[in-house]
Design a protein around this ligand. Structure first.
Ligand code: NZQ
Ligand code: ZN
Length: 387
């Protein structure tokens, strides 16, 4: 087991009706709030109106229109400008992972005098950040419990996972009822995203029985409850368990003491989203089984055997290679069964920019240090197999 130094300071307030506690939480900060949200889903579900009602007496400045794969320009830049102009005390992010991620970059940029890209690109380390409170409305990213904000810069095809311990949300409100309205497409993408977060931590060299069990349970829970959410979007217990599972995805708790894995599927997917603005979870679902096939070898076989037996219940008496291949096939079939298009071509991606993307990933994502190191050629092959 490897050494670690771990702290997640975020307060989680979970369950039906918990946003009634919003005034109590916001009272810890000043009176000036930047309210961030996306394209309007929070208005359709009545959450926007509820938040304004709960926060009467506060000075609220709004930043709306934050898009999926949130953009540096205009959203981060606009948010930073608003924080500085209005001397904002706290950011209240209401929406999916994109709204939270964008708010994290804004929180750091608001306390920095230079170009916020210096921070996001890790050229300069942030010294301070505004506090963030969030109401998450989509179960997927785990942004409500982690330190990352993934930001896209269109003109350079960059999509960077910017992380800093200063960016953990102060408090996250998780009411599964707010996820009832999430579309089939986004629900399925959320299942795939959270499953892949788990796999990225499970497929590595040095693990423990404890972490393996946690990850295997996460994967089974996400498949069972994810399906229920698709069948009956308003089934509270299924939405609730899916929401909690997603929350565990990215804050490191699944892999304390494991060796690093390099998160290869994310490294590859971030380029797909950067170049083609596709839905993150769908891109991951397409890449994952191709990556698995690519890295299956004598060295990785035991991991795939364990995965196949404990996650999919494959007969342990079968030959090991057969178990591993069945496990990869089951992974593919599961994603397909929840309605995810399983080929890049179905998302409008052809072979014309694969070389460019493979090069971009090889230069920027450090996948030569992944669990199974990936060269530019490996990345190109995985992308080609995904077409
Ligand atoms: O913009 P609005 O109108 O709010 O609609 C959103 C958006 O169109 C909609 N939505 C959200 N909540 C809803 C809802 N629709 C109906 N009812 C609700 N309750 O869903 C659409 C997608 O929203 P988005 O926030 O983009 O989805 P998600 O939460 O999956 O976030 C994806 C982003 O997070 C990044 C991804 O790369 C991507 O940019 N990630 C962030 C991570 C992190 N912070 O740790 C880790 C992940 O690996 C991931 O990279
Ligand atoms: Zn992800």
């Amino acid at each position: 087991m490897q050494n670690f130094d771990y702290q997640t300071p975020t307060r989680l307030v979970f369950g039906k009706g918990v946003i009634e506690k919003l005034p109590e939480v916001m009272a810890q900060f000043g009176k000036r709030i930047l309210l961030t949200y996306g394209g309007g889903s929070i208005k359709k579900i009545g959450l926007y109106q509820k938040v304004l009602e709960l926060l009467k007496g506060y000075e609220i400045v709004e930043l709306s229109g934050i898009q999926p794969n949130p953009k540096y320009d205009p959203s981060v830049l606009d948010g930073v400008r608003l924080c500085k102009e209005h001397n904002i005390d706290v950011i209240l992010a209401v929406g999916g992972g994109s709204v939270l991620d964008c708010s994290k970059a804004i929180a750091a940029g608001a306390k920095y005098d230079g170009d916020p890209w210096d921070l996001i690109s890790y050229k300069v380390k942030a010294q301070a950040a505004l506090p963030i409170v969030d109401i998450i409305t989509l179960a997927a990213t785990g942004s409500e419990y982690d330190t990352y904000g993934v930001i896209s810069r269109t003109e350079t095809n960059d999509k960077i996972g910017y992380g800093d311990p200063l960016l953990y949300p102060h408090t996250s409100f998780l009411d599964p009822v707010f996820t009832f309205s999430v579309s089939r497409k986004q629900t399925a993408a959320g299942i795939a995203d959270a499953m892949n977060h788990t796999m990225e931590q499970y497929f590595t060299a040095d693990t423990t029985l404890l972490n393996d069990g946690f990850c295997e349970s996460m994967l089974r829970s996400l498949m069972v409850n994810g399906r229920k959410c698709l069948e009956n979007p308003e089934e509270y217990t299924a939405r609730a368990e899916m929401m909690l599972a997603c929350t565990y995805g990215c804050n490191g708790i699944l892999s304390l003491g494991n060796s690093p894995s390099g998160w290869p599927c994310h490294g590859i997917e971030h380029a797909l989203s950067a170049y083609y603005d596709i839905t993150h979870g769908e891109g991951l679902a397409i890449i994952t089984p191709r990556w698995m096939r690519h890295i299956l070898s004598e060295r990785t076989l035991p991991r795939f055997v364990k995965y196949g037996i404990n996650v999919f219940g494959i007969d342990p008496a079968l030959p090991e290679r057969e178990i591993a291949e069945k496990a990869i096939e089951e992974t593919y079939r599961f994603f397909e069964s929840i309605g995810i298009p399983m080929h890049l071509r179905e998302m409008g991606i052809d072979s014309s920019r694969l070389d460019e993307m493979a090069h971009h990933i090889a230069v920027n994502e450090g996948l030569e240090n992944a669990y199974v190191p990936l060269s530019e050629q490996d990345i190109k092959e995985i992308l080609t197999e995904s077409l």
